[in-house]
Design a protein around this ligand. Structure first.
Ligand code: NDP
Length: 316
């Protein structure tokens, strides 16, 4: 079976490509540029080592029709490519919102042209499209797939805004053009890294914590392996539909520090902090029941992430 993964170079997409290759799929991965060997070397290594077959294709999120050829003949399309950063941007519309929203529309218009072969699109959305955080965590709130974060704007929470608007655009196009779409809503994704890049927000955040004790963690986490598996299940399980949140209960950085300190006694980790978000959570029963998803315990997620960061020389 042939499938497409957009933004194959990303942290989540790399794990997705890996699991698809392990299952023997023919994977078409899209990248911004094939010339940047550093960004694609790990993908080529996965292709060489695993049963499936990977081909890489250049495609531009902002160029209409750019995905037509790659999507054609794919059974499932996994659209993961989207900028993910939370810091300031001089032009958030151009840097975050356009690639997210127009990019999604570009990819899905190509799907519309091939809807005779594409059985389903799986879109990487986020809990950012679900949870309202402008006034801080809502104590006692359990977020479900029915919740929409419609409170951010391009100038106030542009990343959250980009994810909500991209999902809305995707859902409306799927309804208008008549193809299936399922969305995955990860919390902050942690877990083992397969590339040597450190520029993904997830990787950068853990690196910052390990090296400098920076505490900027959004406290709801999940494992990259579970997110990749959720994407594949969302495609393969015939009855999968709607939105699937994948998140663990909130974790204070103090816990992460304890886990890492016990496992790596030779390193000194920052002590971390308590967190006041423990009364806000996500209902993940839909993913557990309908997809059969079982999540890694978070201590494994942190240990495996830091193990691979050290092995690859990303964290010192
Ligand atoms: P990465 O930064 O590792 O990957 C992002 C991917 O999107 C890369 O392939 C990147 O290409 C591509 N991309 C980014 N900006 C553009 C652009 N302007 N034009 C074309 N391609 C672009 O992030 P993640 O793997 O963490 O994120 C993947 C998806 O998961 C995103 O949709 C993100 O919103 C979502 N997500 C992530 C979470 C997390 O905690 N990591 C949580 C919830 C959702 P290149 O390699 O060339 O830079």
């Amino acid at each position: 079976l042939t499938v497409t993964v957009t933004g194959a170079t990303g942290f989540i997409a790399t794990e997705l490509v890996k699991q698809l290759l392990e299952k023997g799929y023919d994977v078409r991965g899209t990248v911004r540029s094939l010339k940047n060997e550093e960004k694609v070397a790990h993908l080529k290594a996965l292709d060489a080592a695993l049963p499936g077959n990977l081909t890489l294709h250049e495609a531009d999120l902002l160029q209409e029709g750019s995905f037509d050829d790659v999507v054609k003949g794919s059974e499932y399309v996994f659209h993961t490519a989207s900028p993910f950063f939370m810091g300031d941007s001089p032009d958030a519309q151009k840097d975050l919102v356009d690639p997210a929203v127009m990019g999604t529309t570009t990819v899905l218009r190509s799907v519309s042209k091939s809807k005779d072969t594409v059985k389903r699109v799986v879109l990487t959305s986020s809990v950012a499209a679900i949870m309202k955080m402008k006034k801080g965590p809502l104590k006692g709130k359990v977020y479900t797939d029915k919740d929409w974060n419609d409170e951010n704007t391009v100038s106030d929470g542009p990343y959250q805004y980009s994810k909500t608007e991209a999902e809305k655009a995707a859902r409306s196009l799927a309804e208008k053009d008549g193809f299936e779409i399922v969305t995955i809503h990860p919390a902050f994704v942690m877990g083992p890294v397969t590339a040597n890049r450190a520029d993904a927000t997830s990787i950068n955040t853990m690196k910052g914590f390990v090296e400098h004790g920076e505490y900027s963690f959004f406290p709801w986490h999940c494992d990259v392996r579970d997110i990749a598996r959720a994407h594949i299940l969302a495609a393969e399980v015939p009855a999968a539909t709607g939105r699937y949140i994948v998140a663990q209960p909130p974790v204070p950085t103090k816990y992460i520090s304890q886990v890492l300190s016990e496992h790596f006694p030779q390193y000194k980790f920052p002590p971390g902090k308590d967190d006041d978000s423990s009364e806000t959570s996500y209902d993940v029963s839909k993913a557990e029941k309908e997809l059969g998803l079982q999540m890694h315990p978070l201590h494994e997620t942190y240990i495996d992430m830091v193990t691979t960061l050290i092995q690859r020389g990303i964290a010192k």
